[in-house]
Write a protein that binds this ligand. Sequence first.
Ligand SMILES: [Zn+2]
Length: 179
Amino acid sequence: MKLIILDQTGVINESSDTFIKTPDEWIAIPGSLEAIARLTHAGYRVVIATNQSGIGRGLLDMATYNAINDKMYKAVNHAGGRIDAIFFCPHTNADKCNCRKPATGLFDEIMQRYGVNLKNVMVVGDSLKDLQAAAAVGAIPVLVLTGNGETTRAGKEIPAHTQIFADLAAVADELVGEE
Ligand SMILES: [Zn+2]
């Protein structure tokens, strides 16, 4: 099975210093929807693993997060792609949960759901937490330079063997060829 795991904000949609709290604030990064469509057509199952501490902080509730995801699903479907599932952590640091990246709980859930290990699976993110979690489960950490990606790259703490791409469209180019 071909699987790819994406962070949400900063990879698929534009990031915001004040969190994405409403569907209106969800804006696709140019090329990301088409990239998901190309991955879908090439047989990839596209799965999201995302920290959503805004829920735990009370900045948005589950109904609003669901509405944001509805907008994302529609936009992806309109572009011809499909998101297989969303795995999210609603907690804050203070909750000390095992799912907030860089913890690996979301990835453990994905492995259970799909019955696979994540060796050779790309985990695409814009934050150090994404890359660290990917490395911890033996996946391939992939840094994109959208969202916080430039800042993350400048931090120089990124795991060895991290692959770096300009954006999700460039990742799709690598995996399924340029259009
Ligand atoms: Zn959590």
